[in-house]
Design a protein around this ligand. Structure first.
Ligand SMILES: [Zn+2]
Length: 246
């Protein structure tokens, strides 16, 4: 895997169920702190990170979806900010937002280079649909296509398997699969495995510990093992990768 970043990370959130889980978590937490039951709406609004209104005895809080990263400390600050407009709370929220500002989508740049998903032997759209349907309730919203010819990459020493076989770019929410996998002797489950790995990058939050980003978190590794052909795919990689990358 290779990851790239720009300030306009787009749609790196992934399927609805994870967002829904965070929404419920945050609404439940805030409901305990606030005088009325809280509903949470995630937005992708660039300018307003948090807004709220009261309606029908409920407090409706709209927040940028980067708040799915909010831990109890941040949620405490959010409650203080909404309830009492406390200054220290608002500073804490500002710091939190700055930390995740790469998730605030800027529409100024409309790159979206075209990607082609049909191949000679494997159709990546079909593979993605299958992976999405099997593991993610059909809700994966990501682009997929064949990457560039691997000639230049071959010379580079690759540090991990998946780095050589596919990439996920946060910049344009796009999975690019190396064309070396578009071969008759590459089994379908191997392509599915490679795509599954990159979808996990799209779906899972990136952990940040001590200023360092961690992509292959424990949660990531454990979800990897949920892939039905995990053992076979790993074994295939081990057996064939040197030949593929030679
Ligand atoms: Zn990876």
């Amino acid at each position: 895997m290779r990851l790239s970043f720009s300030p306009d990370e787009d749609k790196a959130v992934g399927p609805g169920f994870l967002l829904e889980a965070h929404k419920r978590r945050i609404a439940g937490y805030l409901t305990v702190l606030m005088p009325e039951p809280v509903d949470v709406i995630f937005t992708n609004n660039r300018s307003t990170m948090v807004s709220f209104k009261r309606r029908g005895g409920r407090l409706i809080i709209r927040m940028h979806r980067l708040f799915r990263h909010a831990d109890p400390e941040i949620l405490d600050a959010l409650a203080l900010y909404i309830g009492k407009r406390e200054k220290s709370a608002s500073q804490k929220l500002d710091q939190f937002i700055v930390r995740y500002q790469h998730e605030i989508h800027s529409p100024a740049k409309t790159r979206q280079t075209r990607v082609t998903s049909a191949g000679q032997h494997h159709d990546l759209s079909a593979v993605l649909n299958k992976v999405s349907g099997t593991y993610f309730g059909g809700k994966v919203d990501v682009r997929i296509g064949w990457g560039r010819s691997p000639t230049c990459r071959r010379r580079r020493r690759t540090r991990s398997v998946s780095r050589a076989l596919a990439t996920y770019s946060f910049d344009d929410s796009t999975i690019r699969v190396s064309p070396i996998l578009d071969a008759a002797d590459v089994p379908g489950f191997v392509v599915e495995w490679v795509v599954y790995h990159e979808v996990l990058h799209h779906v899972l939050p990136v952990e940040e510990i001590g200023g360092k980003r961690r992509y292959h978190t424990e949660q990531f590794r454990s979800l990897e093992r949920a892939f039905v052909h995990y053992d076979a795919a790993k074994a295939w990689e081990k057996q064939h990768l040197n030949r593929l990358l030679a």
